[in-house]
Design a binder for this molecule. Structure first.
Ligand code: PEP
Ligand code: MG
Length: 838
């Protein structure tokens, strides 16, 4: 009789499914359940050896059907097969049917004497019963009811998206990581092709080594139940330039050059390398030469144990990189820290893991050698690309690879601690080493290899550490402790500077430090015009991780806290407690500075997996923002209660997005009052007097601003949406960017109308759309009467500096002239002409 093995990440789940099946078959067939791992701290997981033992326990020559939940359960079951005697292996079948339904159907069929073919077919068709019960249409036509001839994710509709990649460096590491991150959120199988070459869109290395460059046309093919959603998400990412800010890459690429093999001597006796991070450093040299013990290859008998060892090494590396990612966010901000997200994806890359597994299981090679072989090959693939930027990504692969090896070989990474400030000399520095550097103790950095676009160079710039790369192998012979000097901006290293050179460099360093301090101080000072008119400057943030950077750049508060991040990419809505904790983290970090928290602005184009938003023809004109929240009062009130609680004792304000009518504001306020009563009934402290504002981003709100102003405490103008709605031009459509320009006179008139209405009603008005961060537009916005401007943190210093350069009177004149312009281009010219920097 056919027997059944149930494999789950959870021992309880596996046992529960077995119990249920047992009830049906009453001991007529053999059933084994296995799940979890032997780690009391963290029992969720799967273990190939346990699966193997379960199969052996119920093995029958008539056949064994193995049903698994997901992910590593499948990997473990595959590996378990490898441990079986070959003749037994042939009788064991891994079944792709859903765990619960599949087990029940298979168990019943087996108990009535069905053969292995019948049992497998019954399991595969198991969802048909449920589909029929839920009237999902003709079950025979439903893709779910089809006997699965191939894995579930390759079924379902096939959709294609063709697009041209516009960002400066194509799908290099970080955009590739974002692309793979999005693809992995969907169940569908997704591939990416360029020319004749194809890559698995869920594999970071395959995507990155496909070598997609600016101007390339790529085709993305998705097959599966959520293919449409997946392609939409990828389209959105492409519209967002794959998350790249090209100006930064331009400046990095502009200084990039091929690494030099031999040092170039300049006429003043300096060695010349590649300028990687500006600044002057003088101090003792410190040789940092971490070495890994040799990786030796030997053959193993217990492939299962070896694979588990590699899995443990990988899990340890994931934890370490996660930690580094958090450190990097604090040190250098979200954008640069994304390097470590790419590192995590390298570790999870299915093609790498499959190759390592094949080496262990098929070739019986030890884990270190299997892993290192795969890593070296992948790094070589990057190096073979004819683009210097992509070649530099080999260092990232090696960094990740070495991290796993260090864990496997149980060697300590050499500490990066020093008794006195030093200039660090290394062959190359990995991103994870660079991010560990303390700028107070590492005065400068010199490496033999690397280019200006290597991730270490990017991180050194973000940390403000002067750096030169590509200095060549002779760097190794510099004795530790020798006093050396570097000019990172010029790419010069003096090994034995003459006294007069040293004096000149010391003076240059003093000036450099002074300039840095001035820039820092200036960004902390308020933004006050020449004639003493102050404008509040806030930061737009997406979560607690952005607060440090906001303060660093001189934010006086948070003008827009987008709360969507808490709600997306998860299977259930966040609880009140969870939200309250996150909001409290932000307000606590901001001290008594004002924080404006915007209630959920999802719907239409931003789907929530746990709420069926349906398909909309025009999502931007559909069920989003406040419209959605008013229809989902429980979800909305949960957020309102969390905000009210976090505001207790802090300067937290509440803001509703997408308001178009008075009715909506009143309905939202009614729910806010209900939320307050609920908190009162629970005897919880909250801010009963919290200020309430609205975003003015729908033209209807601007048109009726005089009425709305009497309902709320403040307005914040969202020019991103306001512009697209006023101009009827999609903010994400490249073909209508000229129209979707916030400098269009029609938009400016809407802003003026809103500001006037607010001031007449005695409330303040801010702006949190992208226009607020445009330094050149600062006189226009101040002249239009905005009281507060909120923007992404890095834009703050330039906007503050701009405001300090004009009088309110001039600003008003510029605003008047702009309102009289007949096109956005004319406004742009006017602003460029009056901007002191031009
Ligand atoms: C806006 O629309 O201007 C705005 C700030 O909101 P978002 O960009 O989040 O839609
Ligand atoms: Mg908006």
């Amino acid at each position: 009789m056919v027997s059944i093995v149930i494999v789950s990440h959870s021992a309880k789940l596996a046992e529960g499914v077995r119990e249920l099946a047992e009830q049906m078959v009453q001991g007529q067939i053999q059933l084994a359940a296995t799940g979890g791992i032997d780690d009391p701290e963290n029992p969720i997981g799967t273990d190939a050896m346990k699966v193997y033992e379960a199969i052996e326990a119920v093995y029958d020559d008539d056949g064994v059907v193995v049903l698994m939940d997901l992910g590593s359960a499948v990997l473990s079951a595959e590996l378990a097969l490898e441990f079986l005697e070959p003749q037994r292996q042939a009788n064991v079948y891994l079944c792709e049917a859903p765990l619960v339904e599949g087990t029940m159907a298979a168990a019943v069929q087996a108990s009535v004497g069905g053969d292995i073919r019948q049992v497998m077919a019954e399991a595969r068709g198991a969802l048909a019963i449920k589909a029929g019960q839920l009237q999902a249409g003709d079950a025979a036509e439903s893709p779910l009811a089809e006997p699965a001839g191939e894995p579930a994710e390759t079924q379902g509709p096939v959709e294609q998206l063709r697009l041209v990649v516009y960002n400066r460096l194509g799908l290099h590491a970080r955009p590739a990581a974002r692309f793979v991150g999005v693809a992995n959120r969907y169940e569908s199988s997704i591939s990416l092709s360029k020319g004749g070459a194809e890559a698995n869109a869920k594999s970071i290395n395959q995507v990155a080594t496909l070598g997609v460059r600016q101007g390339d046309e790529i085709v993305i093919t998705a097959r599966g139940p959520d293919a449409t959603l997946a392609l939409q998400a990828i389209q959105d990412l492409a519209d967002d330039n794959f998350g790249d800010r090209d100006e930064e890459l331009e400046s990095a690429a502009a200084t990039a050059a091929a690494p030099v093999a031999e040092p170039v001597q300049t006429e003043d006796g300096a060695m010349a390398g590649i300028a990687a991070s500006p600044g002057i450093a003088i101090g003792p040299a410190f040789q940092y030469r971490p070495r890994l013990p040799e990786v030796t290859t030997y053959s193993v008998t217990d492939a299962g144990a070896e694979w588990r060892r590699l899995e443990e090494g990988l899990a340890g590396a994931v934890q370490e990189i996660d930690q580094l990612h958090k450190t990097a966010i604090r040190q250098v901000g979200q954008a640069e820290a994304a390097i470590f997200e790419a590192h995590l994806l390298i570790l999870q890359d299915p093609t790498l893991l499959d190759a390592a597994q094949a080496a262990i299981v098929d070739d019986r090679v030890n884990a270190e050698a299997a892993w290192f072989g795969v890593i070296e090959q992948t790094a070589a693939d990057y190096q073979a690309l004819d683009d210097t930027y992509m070649q530099a990504r080999a260092a990232d692969v090696m960094d990740v690879g070495r991290r796993v090896l260090t864990g496997l070989m149980d060697v300590e990474r050499p500490p990066l601690e020093f008794d006195e400030p030093v200039i660090l000399l290394a062959a190359d520095l990995t991103p994870s080493d660079t991010v560990r550097l303390d700028p107070a103790l590492v005065l400068g950095l010199c490496t033999e290899l690397g280019g200006a676009t290597s991730h270490s160079a990017i991180l050194a710039r973000a940390l403000g550490i002067p750096a030169i790369v590509g200095l060549g192998p002779s760097l190794e012979s510099v004795p530790g402790g020798q006093k050396i000097a570097i000019d990172g901006g010029q790419g010069r290293l003096w090994l034995t500077p003459e006294p007069d050179q040293l004096a000149g460099l010391e003076e240059k360093r003093r000036q450099w430090l002074l300039d840095r301090q001035r820039a820092k101080d200036a960004s902390r000072r308020p933004a006050v015009t020449v004639d003493n008119h102050r404008v509040e400057i806030g930061a737009n943030i997406g979560g607690p991780h952005d607060v440090t950077i906001a303060l660093e750049f001189g934010a006086e508060g948070v003008g827009l806290f987008r709360t969507e991040f808490l709600f997306l990419d998860r299977q259930t809505a966040p609880t009140e407690e969870e939200q309250a904790a996150v909001y409290a983290e932000v307000v606590q970090a901001m001290g008594q500075r004002p924080v404006i928290i915007r209630t959920l602005d999802v719907g239409g184009d931003k789907p929530l997996p746990y709420i069926d938003l349906g398909q909309e023809d025009n999502p931007f004109l559909g069920w989003r923002g406040i419209r959605f929240c008013l229809d989902e009062p429980e979800l909305f009130k949960t957020q309102l209660r969390a905000i009210l609680r976090a505001g207790h004792g802090h300067n937290l304000k509440l803001m509703f997005p997408m308001i178009g009518t008075l009715t909506e504001v009143r309905a939202a306020k009614t729910l806010l009052n209900e939320a307050k009563s609920e908190l009162k009934a629970r005897d919880l402290p909250f801010d009963a007097q919290m200020e309430v504002g609205i975003m003015v981003e729908v033209p209807a709100a601007a048109a009726s601003a005089d009425q709305l102003a009497h309902e709320v405490d403040f307005f914040s103008i969202g020019t991103n949406d306001l512009t697209q709605y006023v101009m009827a031009a999609d903010r994400g459509n490249a073909r209508v960017t000229d129209l979707a320009d916030a400098l269009q006179p029609a938009v400016l008139r809407m802003i003026r109308q809103t500001v006037r209405a607010a001031h007449e009603a005695g409330i303040w008005v801010g702006m949190c759309g992208e226009l607020a961060g445009n330094a050149q537009a600062a006189p226009l916005l101040v002249g239009l009467g905005l009281d507060e401007l909120s923007m992404s943190a890095p834009a703050i210093p330039a906007v503050k500096e701009a405001i300090r350069g004009f009088t309110l009177t001039t600003a008003r004149e510029i605003a008047e002239q702009a309102l009289g312009c007949t096109s956005a281009a004319e406004v742009d010219q006017l602003l460029a002409k009056s901007f002191p920097g031009n």
